[in-house]
Design a protein around this ligand. Structure first.
Ligand SMILES: Nc1ncnc2c1ncn2[C@@H]1O[C@H](COP(=O)(O)OP(=O)(O)OP(=O)(O)O)[C@@H](O)[C@H]1O
Ligand SMILES: [Mg+2]
Length: 361
């Protein structure tokens, strides 16, 4: 909180104006509103938001203090956090059990490939009761595109409930099913609609308080991060600075509140050596933001998921499909073909598909 304004990675002109206006440390500014700071320091409102984002991130770190623990303690802590299954066992195997809690994951892909479908699936799956091997958690779903359709969430939730009903064996599981209904799944899903990047940045600042009040939340989805940041930006270095700050906030949120943070991103065309290729949007520096990156893509009529960047698992590509019930494994229609025939490379043994369902591949 006592860190000097001059030491922050802010534009020099902004730092000079802040210091001239009497703001010398992070503590002097971090409780102000953007409009107030903008007027007091004679900077634009956008610059004021950037200053507040940088200094609040610092002050939250200060409150958290330096954590000291052994690698064994860290391992035990991470194993206890668990992961969220995708209901596509091929992808779960590739991810080492599902999307990790306490980490940030980015899902990239072209329009219609299934990013939102996967997010809705995760929002339901994170709520699977503990006695069924789930996390029994709640979810914060930040929709920046208006693409969250509640009827689709109902369909996916109903399929998950039916799946668990078929698996229920003992009394504990039968009891848990009384609470695991479509209604409770929807009531444990907190929806936030952000219309632009200012609302999204504001929400990212408010979210730690919400998570502190709702300690059962195990998943935060932002669908998508790209939409608000690909509009209305002429100054790309300003965008990069805001995105870097947001990435830091999300990483901190994932670790401090034990939540999986899942972001979706769009694809853009990059031209290099007279050739064009599709790459995740928001620039190269954003590529470092999430712990792992999954790219959903098409190969002809088939949908494929590639684990593109992971600090712990090798790169692998697996098929998936979207059915009426949600995100699923591909049901092999050729008995002589194994999933290995579909995989470009595979880091872990393939399990039997957890669920089957018809629908398009
Ligand atoms: N009930 C359903 N049954 C089968 N497939 C479905 C169903 N609902 C959606 N889909 C499939 O999901 C696709 C849409 O996926 P989704 O909305 O997740 O795309 P997206 O990657 O989020 O795209 P965007 O970038 O535009 O947001 C549809 O094109 C359709 O193929
Ligand atoms: Mg979408």
């Amino acid at each position: 909180m006592q860190r000097a304004i001059s030491s922050f990675a802010l534009a020099p002109a902004v730092k000079v104006k802040l210091i001239n206006a009497g703001f010398h440390s992070a503590a002097d500014v971090c409780d102000l509103q953007p409009l107030h700071l903008s007027k007091e320091a004679g900077i634009s409102q956008e610059e004021a938001e950037e200053v507040l984002q940088a200094t609040r991130c610092e002050s939250n770190q200060g409150r958290a203090g330096v954590s000291r623990l052994t690698a064994l303690e860290l391992l035990e802590r991470e194993q206890a956090l668990g992961s969220i299954v995708t209901f596509c066992s091929a992808l779960d195997s590739a991810l080492g059990g599902g999307l990790p809690v306490g980490k940030t994951s980015e899902i990239c892909g072209v329009p219609g490939v299934g990013k939102t479908q996967l997010c809705i699936q995760l929002a339901v799956d994170v709520q699977i009761p503990v006695c069924f091997g789930g996390l029994g958690g709640q979810v914060v779903y930040i929709d920046t595109e208006g693409s969250f359709l509640v009827q689709r969430a109902v369909d996916v939730a109903r399929a998950a409930v039916e799946h668990c009903s078929l698996l229920a064996e003992d009394a504990e599981q039968q009891e848990a099913l009384k609470e695991f209904t479509v209604e409770t799944i929807l009531s444990n899903l907190f929806l936030f609609r952000c219309h632009d990047y200012v609302e999204l940045l504001a929400e990212a600042c408010l979210l730690p308080n919400f998570l502190a009040q709702h300690p059962e939340v195990r998943l935060v989805v932002i669908d998508s991060i790209a939409c608000p940041f690909r509009r209305d930006f002429e100054d790309l270095s300003h965008r990069t600075r805001l995105l870097n700050g947001l990435a830091q906030q999300l990483i901190q949120m994932a670790t401090q509140h034990s939540v999986a943070v899942v972001l979706t991103n769009q694809m853009t065309t990059k031209i290099a050596n007279c050739q064009s290729k599709l790459v995740p949007a928001l620039g190269e520096s954003w590529g470092h933001a999430a712990t792992q990156r999954i790219i959903l893509h098409w190969e002809g009529q088939r949908r494929l998921a590639s684990l593109f960047k992971s600090p712990t698992h090798r790169e692998v590509t697996v098929p998936y499909q979207i059915t009426g019930q949600g995100f699923r494994d591909v049901v092999l229609s050729y008995p002589w073909k194994t999933r290995a025939d579909f995989a470009i490379s595979s880091g872990s043994a393939c399990k039997r598909p957890r669920m089957e369902g018809g629908g398009r591949t």
